[in-house]
Ligand binder design. Sequence first.
Ligand SMILES: Nc1ncnc2c1ncn2[C@@H]1O[C@H](COP(=O)(O)OP(=O)(O)OP(=O)(O)O)[C@@H](O)[C@H]1O
Ligand SMILES: [Mg+2]
Length: 260
Amino acid sequence: MIREITILPGYDKNGAAESFSSITLKAGETTSIVGPTGSGKTAFITDIELLAQKDTTTRRQVLINGDIPKDPYRYNPSIRPIAMITQNTKCFADLSTEEFLEVHARARKIKNSKAVITETIDLANTFTGEKITNISKVTVLSGGQTRALLIADALLIGAAPIILLDEIENAGIFKQEIINIIQKTSKMVLFVTHDPVIALLTKKRIIMENGAVKKVIFQNETETQAAENLLELDKRVGILREKLRAGYELTDDSFRVKFA
Ligand SMILES: Nc1ncnc2c1ncn2[C@@H]1O[C@H](COP(=O)(O)OP(=O)(O)OP(=O)(O)O)[C@@H](O)[C@H]1O
Ligand SMILES: [Mg+2]
């Protein structure tokens, strides 16, 4: 059982040692990774994906339950404890979504897989606007649909207790559903994100700069409240976005925002 993972410091892009002593992430905890373009966010979660042992560019080390992970954890795909979904993640198999999930469920020895497969496709459909059916071929799914399916699969079928998501909000995945994951998951979920709502709703946020962790911030009450307000604002922006897409023209001031 993976209760926690620990990240030990490496070096920034100039070769200077990182200033944190260790970062521990626990099951059921959500964390966001934020920072400017090129600051090392993807490199940070890739270290976790690879269970780095001072052997990546950052020279960080990752421990599982306080120990150096055993080799099979790193090299045996069937017991790898980590699922990573990035903007480029694609499915290559020539299978329908149902067959694809079936193969996965069988590998996990799940009984009555039909129910969980239906549940997974339904969950994927709550993440994205373009409907996925059980006969859609996985190779022809759009980028957003593919990521929606893989996230649902990682949450409901996959055994991996750690899920790494790299900028999925840009894939058109619905934010409210991402937030539901944040609030309900029993897994360890890390989001690389540029979205303030996601960043403020995760329990921890890791700030990156120049290839190094600059700071780790723990969410406070005020931030949770601010995130709720931002979400409201975001919904209004969403309504406007849909109207503009449909050819609407603004003729009154109902979308005027007053700043104090
Ligand atoms: N500590 C480090 N030492 C050396 N190279 C690093 C380090 N961290 C990141 N890099 C390298 O810097 C480049 C940019 O890093 P990365 O892709 O992780 O940035 P990012 O924050 O994900 O950017 P974006 O927001 O554009 O996706 C990569 O080539 C990465 O390998
Ligand atoms: Mg990146």
